[in-house]
Design a protein around this ligand. Structure first.
Ligand SMILES: NC(=O)c1ccc[n+]([C@@H]2O[C@H](COP(=O)([O-])OP(=O)(O)OC[C@H]3O[C@@H](n4cnc5c(N)ncnc54)[C@H](O)[C@@H]3O)[C@@H](O)[C@H]2O)c1
Length: 438
């Protein structure tokens, strides 16, 4: 099938590449010429495991190309996917200017029936607004489908090719049938294609993200309480998650959720509730707990070294908002590094993939280290902010030699306190009692 995907970011690029991998002819459209130049050379502008290989193969085989000409791409496609950003605006609402702008351009380019598919995360009612924007500029036939995306960065290709479910929001039998056929290759297993109305599809995406964010904030609150009452959150987590009604997923405490989705989607849902005269008390709490949690590691550092961190040096391992991505949007590392700098500390950072992104955020205010051990040299403590696999079994003896003092403040509970005590570290983690060297 002929497809264009507008927006070649984390969602659009993965979607477009995977659609072409299924045999479709795909044009990825973007306004960012830097991105387009990289993509045309077969280079992925983002780090996402497995993406570049698929990108190159499908480009070579002529199924995937990139363009800045949206009108031409629309004329060549039956499906027009919109996957542009919907960032938070000043009042917390999702900013729909890119989505509606693209919709209008698509409308102007129509020369026959098209299915306009909204893959961006958009508030309830957006499909109607897209319909209006397109209908205002064309008399050609079209349908608007809501098809929210549930991929996880770091596992995006797998999520896309083998989704838990595909949600199709549509009020047109014609569009629904074509969407079903289109998604058949990725829904071969028993994973369902769920067909519903546009509003329910739009709401499903927000409700899913809000529930996941709620689990994280809930466990972070439990973890903080565990520290006070002398319980071990890891044991509590297992005990709670063994209940099949609850399950083990998404119960890991840490230093708050980040990324381009949860923070803005929680705020957008709060805003939607307000627009409809409701107060989303629960999601306001989820959001507030998360903001607070991002400061927990700096509080721990101050509890150990004193309120002023002047003259102290901290090593940071992990800057991306989660492992296997270079995405630092809303990452807790931004709050932690700024908190340390504000308290007068020197900061030496390492991340396996996010150093380029980090430079954009911190400039020359921190030092950057491509090798994790190099960041430790002369530091008073190591702070772990992202649970990259390569941090799980480090050379502790080497670390001890490099650090000025054997102190680790672990925001992701990567190590076992007993082991750390035995190896001789002062070890602080989340929701578990700190241990000092024995
Ligand atoms: N990142 C995720 O994990 C994820 C998961 C599910 C859903 N989403 C949602 O998908 C949407 C896109 O997210 P993302 O992370 O891919 O964003 P992104 O910022 O990585 O990518 C958006 C892309 O759209 C391009 N763009 C903006 N305006 C354009 C226009 N007028 N014409 C063509 N291209 C344009 C930008 O240049 C950019 O390349 C958002 O609504 C987001 O909430 C994201």
């Amino acid at each position: 099938m002929k497809v264009c995907v507008v927006g070649t970011g984390y969602v659009g690029l993965v979607a477009g590449t995977c659609f072409s991998e299924c045999g479709n002819d795909v044009i990825g459209v973007d306004v960012d010429e830097r991105k387009l130049a990289l993509l045309r050379q077969g280079k992925s502008p983002i780090y996402e495991p497995g993406l570049e290989e698929l990108l190159r193969r499908n480009q070579k085989e002529g199924r995937l190309s990139f363009s800045n000409d949206l009108a031409a791409a629309v004329k060549a496609s039956l499906f027009c996917f919109i996957a542009v950003g919907t960032p938070e605006s000043a009042n917390g609402a999702a900013d729909l200017s890119a989505v509606l702008g693209v919709a209008e351009t698509i409308g102007c380019a129509l020369d026959g029936y098209r299915i306009i598919v909204n893959k961006s995360t958009v508030p309830v009612g957006t499909a109607d607004r897209v319909r209006q924007a397109v209908a205002a500029v064309t008399s050609q036939p079209f349908d608007v489908v809501s098809n929210p995306e549930f991929l996880k960065e770091g596992a995006a290709i797998d999520d896309f090719m083998k989704p838990d479910r595909v949600v199709i929001g549509s009020d047109s039998a014609r569009a629904t049938d074509l969407m079903r056929v289109f998604y058949e290759p990725t829904a071969r297993t028993e994973n369902p294609i769920l067909v519903m109305d546009n509003r329910s599809a739009e709401m499903t995406k927000y409700a899913a993200n809000a529930l996941l964010a709620t689990r994280i904030s809930f466990m972070n609150e439990v973890a903080n309480l565990c520290e006070r009452v002398g319980a071990d959150v890891n044991l509590v987590r297992r005990g709670v998650g063994s209940d099949r009604r609850i399950g083990q997923h998404f119960l890991f405490p840490g230093i708050g959720y980040g990324g381009s989705c949860f923070p803005k989607d929680v705020k957008a849902m709060i805003h939607t509730a307000e627009e409809y005269g409701l107060d989303s008390a629960m999601l306001r709490a989820v959001d507030a707990v998360n903001d607070r949690q991002k400061h927990v590691l700096v509080h721990k550092a101050k509890a150990i070294f004193g309120e002023s961190l002047r003259g102290r040096t901290f090593a940071i391992w992990g800057l991306s908002f989660k492992p296997r991505t270079d995405d630092m949007r809303e990452a807790p590392s931004l709050t932690v590094v700024e908190g340390l700098l504000k308290a007068g500390a020197k900061v030496q950072v390492h991340d396996p993939e996010a150093l380029t992104e980090a430079r954009r955020n911190f400039g020359d205010r921190v030092s950057y280290h491509a090798i994790n051990y190099d960041a430790l040299e002369g530091a008073d403590a190591l702070l772990i902010l992202t649970e990259w696999n390569e941090f799980r079994r480090p050379d502790f003896a080497r670390m001890k030699k490099l650090l000025k003092q054997p102190v680790i403040i672990d925001g992701r509970n990567v190590y076992e306190p007993d082991d750390m005590q035995e190896i001789g570290f002062l070890y602080h983690s989340i929701g578990r009692a700190p241990v000092a060297e024995s």
